[in-house]
Design a protein around this ligand. Sequence first.
Ligand code: PRP
Length: 183
Amino acid sequence: MLESIIKYILVPEEEIQGIVARLGEEINRDYADKNLVIVCVLKGSLMFTVDLAKKLNLVSEMEFVRVSTYGNATESSGDMKILLDFERDDISECDLLVIEDIVDSGNTLSRLVKLFKAKGARSVKTCTLLDKPARRKVDFVPDYVGKVIPDEFVFGYGLDLFEKYRDLPYVAVVSDEYLKNLK
Ligand code: PRP
């Protein structure tokens, strides 16, 4: 049962939508005279990307990438493999905004930023719904942050628990009981 998996709801739906609206306003302002290309990092940032994109009143485009980080269920390692990439002839005219659900160690976004800069993007910035700075392993600061959260194992609103519960409209903390059974 879902109730037994949830310790508490960390970011309720209304708060998420408030964050999305605020970030949307900031991005509308900052990208008014740019050539915005939103880069959705699958799968986790799908919900956030879709909601955020609906708040934008700019002409923008979307690209999708998928990466795999090696590690266990709760911790990524430094290695990253690109599973889905995109190619554009006009990359030197693109202002990329890479969208994530969460920054944890920082490995994924720091590597993606390097990759897109190396490909020749005009600018590369990052936007994350959740930031967990306590877990950082590399020196990385996202440009747009929805909410800084404590070092808790969270799921919902794109974030999975063994691939499930991405469809929840809120972000919840995993219960101690569930975590105990993982070990
Ligand atoms: C999660 C999340 C970020 C990354 C953050 O993805 O969506 O992409 O981990 O962790 P990091 O800062 O330590 O790199 P995950 O690998 O779980 O894949 P998913 O998005 O498909 O769930």
